[in-house]
Design a protein around this ligand. Structure first.
Ligand code: AMP
Ligand code: ZN
Length: 478
């Protein structure tokens, strides 16, 4: 039974989709005024894991992630660069899509941009006006939270807590004068906005940040959908306000399950632009770290656990990657056609069940990894009693679970290509000579040749049927 921790109830709940076999999934996307940092990427790797597992379970998920391409920061920085908002944000949107591709994150089915959905936002504000949830001040339109009975339920806030909880960014960008916690739906044009405004039925201006997500999620997923994700910093006020606006407009429950990922920390502080304690994927690549190692780092810790980022994490991720590559390489070299180990099918079935069960439990990823590692250890023990077709079956199974993990097959492919490239004419010649020396039982010469080959960055593992050639430290600095 699939279960998630629902922030709305603070309980682990069974997942029941609104429509059988289908899932409507929405994630808050980036504000495209700069490259995303590793903390943001944690949020996107988390939703990728969730989506991949839903698919693995047979659900058809429709995933929407909005792009914030109009707000104080995008306007400020585009003006500083002397660029139009669209041109400026296009650049960072493209960079974002490149980053997620490198982490093997599947692209959302819809990636709506705020500036292309102003009409939908205006319609939503008009509905809220009609339903009596708004007021105007200095030509801006605000949402009156005292009018909305359940305000703050998601964040479990008591009314007196509301002021304390509001962050600096929110006060600046989304709050108005009349009541500190009322938030802006439509921001009237000010001269600092320059050319960045829309002339609409509700006035000249631009939308508030919270409004974007309500308008775009409901456009693509309907007024009531299954899952909404984001980092815990978004619980209040962003998601709290999304709920208020959406439910006040439609009179329906907005979202059934709210899933929030914990933060990525640096020195025990949230990685964030404002603290200048962040790295981007580009920084890591400059330092020659493989992007998929970052995927492993971000995926292997439970999404609701804080992760204090240090560069030591890469060593552990590398060990995990190598474990899988080694396992698959050894399977490729199996040539045994006779023995038929009856335990293999049992081990695969057992592992498959345990893997599904672990992730069913609110994506218990550590348990899922443990189950797979146990399986690989068991198989390794049986290595010389596995036949070719069983080796194929095991490999197929590993690639199946990789539909969820999302790094094994890709790394294995890269590894093979890398190995082929390494096998220069010189190495091929040395290998031949070494084989010949072994046949002639000239072990001293064979040993000398092995050392030469190793000096060129390769490893030789002798087996009953010949030898396996491996790359030494493939994932070292690349
Ligand atoms: P933003 O562009 O700040 O709205 O953030 C985009 C996404 O990244 C949101 O889901 C945030 O909650 C998430 N996020 C931001 N910083 C971190 C962090 N340090 N760790 C985990 N998630 C984060
Ligand atoms: Zn949002």
């Amino acid at each position: 039974m699939l279960k998630f921790f629902n922030t709305l109830t603070r309980k682990i709940e069974e997942f029941r989709p609104i429509k059988k076999g289908k899932v409507g999934l929405y994630s808050c996307g980036p504000t495209v005024y700069d490259f995303v940092h590793l903390g943001n990427l944690r949020a996107y790797v988390f939703v990728d894991l969730l989506k991949r597992f839903l698919k693995y379970k047979g659900f058809k998920a429709k995933h929407v992630m909005q792009i914030t391409d109009v707000d104080d920061k995008t306007i400020r920085d585009s003006q500083a660069k002397g660029k139009g908002l669209k041109e400026f944000t296009d650049f960072y949107l493209k960079a974002f899509l490149e980053d997620i591709k490198e982490l093997n994150i599947k692209e959302p089915d819809f990636i709506p941009r705020a500036i292309e959905h102003i009409r939908e936002m205006v319609v939503l504000v008009k509905k809220l006006e009609k339903n009596g949830y708004t007021y105007r001040a200095n030509n801006s339109i605000y949402f009156k939270i005292s009018q909305f009975k359940n305000y703050g339920q998601l964040a479990q806030l008591e009314k007196q807590d509301l002021k304390k909880g509001a962050s600096g960014r929110v006060l600046k960008d989304e709050y108005g004068k009349e009541e500190a916690n009322d938030f802006v739906l439509w921001k009237a044009w000010q001269k600092e906005d320059g050319e960045n405004f829309w002339q609409t039925e509700i006035g000249k201006g631009r939308p508030g940040w919270h409004l974007e997500c309500s308008a775009m999620s409901m456009k693509y997923l309907g007024e009531h959908f299954d899952i909404h994700t984001g980092g815990t910093d978004l619980i209040f006020p962003h998601h709290t306000n999304e709920i208020a606006q959406s439910e006040a407009a439609t009179g329906k429950k907005f979202v059934n399950y709210w899933l929030h990922n914990a933060h990525l920390l640096v020195d025990n502080q949230k990685m964030s632009k404002s603290l200048s304690n962040f790295y981007t994927l580009r920084d890591l690549k400059e330092k020659k770290y493989h992007p998929l190692l970052l995927r492993i780092i971000l995926i292997k810790i439970h999404y609701r656990q804080l992760l204090n980022f240090t560069f030591n994490e890469f060593e552990e991720a590398k060990a995990i990657a190598e474990k899988f590559i080694n396992f698959l390489t050894n399977l490729d070299f199996i040539q045994n056609k006779e023995s038929n180990n009856l335990k293999i099918d049992f081990l695969i079935n057992h592992c498959q069940n345990a893997f599904g069960k672990a992730l069913d439990d609110d994506l218990n990823i550590s348990q899922a990894f443990a189950v797979i590692f146990d399986f690989m250890n068991e198989i390794n023990k049986l290595a010389d009693r596995i036949n070719v077709s069983q080796a194929g079956k095991i490999k197929k199974f590993i690639f199946e679970i990789d539909e969820v993990f999302g790094f094994i097959e890709k790394l294995d492919d890269e590894y093979k290509k890398f190995l082929e490239k390494k096998k220069s004419v010189e190495i091929k010649q040395l290998l031949k000579e070494r084989q010949k020396a072994r046949e002639l039982k000239d072990f001293a010469l064979a040993d000398e040749l092995r050392k030469k080959i190793e000096g060129l960055g390769l490893l030789i593992e002798d087996t009953k049927e010949g030898f396996i050639l491996k790359v030494r430290d493939f994932l070292g600095k690349i």
